[in-house]
Ligand binder design. Structure first.
Ligand SMILES: *[C@@H]1O[C@H](CO)[C@@H](O)[C@H](O)[C@H]1NC(C)=O
Ligand SMILES: *[C@@H]1O[C@H](CO)[C@@H](O)[C@H](O)[C@H]1NC(C)=O
Length: 456
């Protein structure tokens, strides 16, 4: 995450009040997608992307003073959440210069580290927009979602994530009148980790009990978290990939505090399923399927298809299965089949498969407890927002994705081996330098009826 520490004073004076800054104009990069009919004919939709509010420069409505610098609030301006929301403005983004985000013909490239004029930016998270002020709402029950990805320049420790979260279409503006910035400025994030590092939740700054991170110069955590269902279509790097539905007992974006957030020892007492039910081919016992030179060859671009099958084959049915298909070099590649003892030889996610996998790996089954696929399907029918991101992991170095984790387990322990990265890899302070020039490219997004968006 990012915050500016200084600004040229040549800019025209006067941010407008109402918590939207105008020192940099906000121009959303274009990222058109295609919507396809059952017969396979596709039409273009003129969508754009916006940068999440957390990455944006936050300054006083009156001028140039930072409300937040590094990982700390200015507690004079931000004595409490409501005052802070009234006093501070989120500004427009210089997408390529500050954040290393570039768009071209439906492709979006996110650089990991960007040296801007005023700051160094680490990672980014953007959302797809239907209009200037509304997120695009994906309703994917009985539909499929397809995109191209290039992870060849994403080494161990990095995660290029493309996923859906049940945020409000307007970023929460209608629900919380003190949020004047809305979706246009990337507000309203939530996910199943109920993150505490979000600077504004429910129209208020998360300043109460704010604690700067001990190992992240740009992040901290406040009293509140922000929770919602999350469908991880894609969390991956050049070594490993995971497909993971996560669910919550709450519907839509929900602020949490205390036990409900499921922090630390209370991981399985919160309102969301932080583990999810993951399909990672390597973890499921097929170590030759995904990676450089493997069946899905991560040294070049490929296409990822995710299908949301309902029990009765209609848009109003219950989500019963999540299927994955890859396409590379004109060839359709079926997902790898589970090779774990005690787990059905299947290449898709169903509730029964999740239960078997949790038992085989000795994992707590919070996915089932909090509603399983039916709950995920509820979000998919109500509508979810697409997030496109690249990040490194200040908590556990992304080892849960690409290495052996927990690190004290032997790699032969069922479920422990997730990829070939060393257990010592992925340390942010190292890779933010050694892998600074890493990037991920997403593109060619298509949605439509089952089997309509890829050349079968
Ligand atoms: C915090 O804000 C006050 C009021 O605008 C300002 O005088 C002060 O310099 C700021 N502190 C820092 C560290 O920027
Ligand atoms: C999609 O294609 C698969 C095989 O490629 C087939 O088994 C399935 O029935 C198809 N589904 C629909 C709804 O067309």
């Amino acid at each position: 995450m990012f915050s500016k520490t200084s600004l040229l004073s040549l800019l025209a004076a006067g941010a407008s009040a109402q918590q939207v800054g105008t020192l940099t104009s906000e121009t959303h990069p274009s990222m058109p997608i295609q919507s396809c009919s059952a017969a396979g004919s596709c039409t273009s939709v003129s969508t754009t992307v916006t940068m999440d509010a957390n990455w944006r420069w936050l300054h006083t409505t009156e001028g140039y003073t930072n409300c937040y610098t590094g990982n700390e609030w200015n507690t004079t301006i931000c004595a409490d959440g409501a005052t802070c929301a009234a006093n501070c403005a989120l500004d427009g983004a210089d997408y390529s210069g500050t954040y290393g985000v570039t768009a071209s013909s439906g492709d979006l490239t996110l650089k990991f580290v960007t040296e801007g004029s005023y700051s160094t930016n680490i990672g980014s998270r953007l959302y797809l927009m239907a209009s200037e002020s509304k997120y695009y709402m994906f309703k994917l029950l009985n539909k499929e979602f397809t995109f191209d990805v290039d992870v060849s320049n994403l080494p161990c420790g990095l995660n290029g994530a493309l996923y859906l979260v049940e945020m409000d279409e307007d970023g929460g503006m209608a629900k919380y009148s003190t949020n004047k910035a809305g979706a246009k400025y990337g507000t309203g994030y939530c996910d199943t980790q109920c993150p505490h590092d979000i600077k504004f939740i429910d129209g208020e700054a998360n300043v109460e009990d704010w604690t700067p991170s001990s190992n992240d110069a740009n992040a901290g955590s406040g009293k509140y978290g922000t929770c919602c269902n999350e469908m991880d279509l894609w969390e991956a790097n050049v070594v490993s990939a995971a497909l993971t539905p996560h669910v919550c007992s709450v519907e839509g974006q929900t602020r949490c505090s205390g036990t409900d957030c499921g922090d630390g020892d209370e991981r399985y007492s919160g309102v969301c399923d932080k583990d999810g039910c993951d399909f990672n081919s390597y973890r499921m016992g097929d170590q030759s399927f995904y990676g450089k030179g493997k069946t899905v060859d991560t040294s070049s671009k490929f296409t990822v298809v995710t299908q949301f099958i309902t029990n009765d084959g209609t848009d109003s049915g219950t989500l019963s299965e999540i299927r994955r298909i890859y396409v590379q070099g004109g060839k359709v590649i079926q997902n790898s089949v589970s090779k774990v003892s005690g787990v059905t030889d299947s290449n898709s996610i169903t509730d029964a498969w999740c239960n078997e996998q949790k038992t085989a790996f000795g994992d707590t089954n919070s996915f089932e407890k909090l509603g399983g696929l039916a709950s995920m399907g509820g979000s998919l029918s109500r509508g979810m927002v697409l997030a496109l991101s690249v990040w490194d992991d200040h908590a556990v170095n992304m080892l849960w994705l690409d290495s052996t984790y927990p690190t004290d387990k032997d790699a032969t322990t069922p479920g422990a081996a997730r990829g070939t990265c060393e257990t010592s890899s992925g340390v942010p302070s190292e890779i933010e330098t050694s892998a600074a020039s890493s990037s991920v490219t997403y593109g060619n997004i298509k949605i439509g009826a089952i089997n309509s968006t890829y050349g079968a």
